[in-house]
Design a protein around this ligand. Structure first.
Ligand SMILES: Cc1cc2ncn([C@H]3O[C@H](COP(=O)(O)O)[C@@H](O)[C@H]3O)c2cc1C
Ligand SMILES: O=C(O)c1cccnc1
Length: 351
């Protein structure tokens, strides 16, 4: 796919429907509660109205899209786990045994696992095959991928969402699997959010402080080698990003283009959201922050994108786990819109 096709996806993203936001606000204020007393549930209800154009949209068909890809930078010893865990976990997702599968079952969501760049030959009927290349290159030596590969991965993510939307899916969560991907995410934060590298690099799967210092050095060397252009998000994504991160950029832009809410998971998904919002500032209005990851840098990253997390559970897993946990809360906000009595219908005096 060419960058022109990416421009077409971006051009399809419009603003929120302000009259639906206004109608949601009026309905919320007619319900039997002090104005604003349902806090963030009210904010969610207004946002979903603005996204979908309906004050209580039916979002019952929902999906978590788990993008899987490998990272050449693992050669530098940046993760507590070996790279072969990526394909092993893909099989676990397909067997239904990973944390995201369990939580998705509880949230009425289907898990779609995508091979966008796993460094292994995987074949399974449940796997969506979109491999752009077998893992990125080691960013401390060469660009993680080419610009064309980054664009192809974005396009693949957007095409998956388009296909699911045509089948009736109305809400999406971002998920990922890729050993080494907190390193790529931290590099993107440093370039595109202008965060200090030491603030963006965390412990990932559980390295110690000494290894974190090494991981900081790895990110600094990669950025010094490539000088990614912060005004060109595709350049940054190609040089220091990841295939699954690029795939999620496409999922987010694709959801915004389809006017579907997209719930952004933890640190890595938020790095994808950062790239998406740099490519299309309007896309941020279609994103919902999910949880505050324990990974260092996540709070600052969310602030830059302008997302506020719905829940705080000290999780640091990824896969889409925090995002799917927010689906029942979003359901609660929509249920309030549908089922609560109004002051008028219940005969209750207003203050
Ligand atoms: C068994 C296992 C399951 C996971 N599920 C998500 N991650 C998470 O950990 C990885 C990022 O951390 P780092 O950058 O330190 O490698 C990603 O794959 C992320 O999704 C997992 C990691 C492991 C080991
Ligand atoms: O917040 C996340 O997404 C995360 C943090 C650490 C490791 N894996 C994922």
């Amino acid at each position: 796919m060419s960058e022109g096709t990416l421009e077409t996806i971006i051009a399809a993203i419009g603003p929120l429907n302000e009259s639906a936001v206004e109608a949601a606000e009026q309905h919320l204020n007619s319900l039997t509660k002090p104005p604003g007393s349902l806090g963030k549930l009210e904010e969610i209800a207004r946002q979903i109205a603005g996204i979908t154009g309906e004050i209580s949209a039916d979002l019952s068909k929902r999906a978590v899209i788990v993008m899987a890809g490998d990272h050449g930078v693992c050669e530098e010893g940046v993760s507590a786990f070996p790279a072969e865990v990526t394909p092993q976990m893909v099989l676990n997702f397909l067997a239904g045994g990973a944390a995201v599968n369990v939580l998705a079952r509880g949230a009425g969501a289907e898990v779609f696992c995508v091979d966008i760049g796993v460094n292994a030959d995987l074949s399974h009927e449940g796997l969506i095959q979109c491999k752009v290349r077998k893992g990125t290159a080691n960013m401390t030596r060469e660009a993680a991928m080419t610009r064309e590969e980054a664009v192809a991965a974005i396009a693949a993510g957007a095409a998956i969402v388009k296909d699911l939307a045509s089948k009736g899916y109305r809400m999406f969560a971002t998920g990922e699997m890729g050993i080494g991907n907190t390193t790529a995410s931290a590099a993107l934060c440093a370039v595109l959010a202008e965060m200090r590298v030491q603030d963006a690099v965390g412990l990932g799967t559980g390295i110690n402080e000494e290894r974190r210092q090494h991981k900081i050095d790895v990110v600094e060397r990669a950025i010094a080698l490539h000088s990614p252009d912060r005004r060109d998000p595709i350049d940054a994504l190609a040089k220091v990003g990841g295939l699954e991160i690029a795939g999620l950029v496409g999922v987010i832009l694709g959801a915004a283009a389809e006017r579907c809410p997209v719930v952004v998971d933890g640190f890595i998904s938020s790095a994808a959201a950062l790239v998406a919002s740099a490519l299309s500032p309007q896309s941020a209005a279609f994103m919902l922050g999910s949880h505050l990851s324990h990974e260092q840098g996540h709070r600052q990253l969310l602030d830059v994108i302008g997302l506020s997390p719905i829940i705080h559970l000290d999780m640091r897993l990824g896969e889409g786990t925090g995002a799917v946990l927010c689906f029942p809360i979003i359901d609660a906000a929509l249920r309030i819109m549908r089922e609560m009595a109004t002051f008028e219908s219940a005969g209750i005096s207003r203050g």
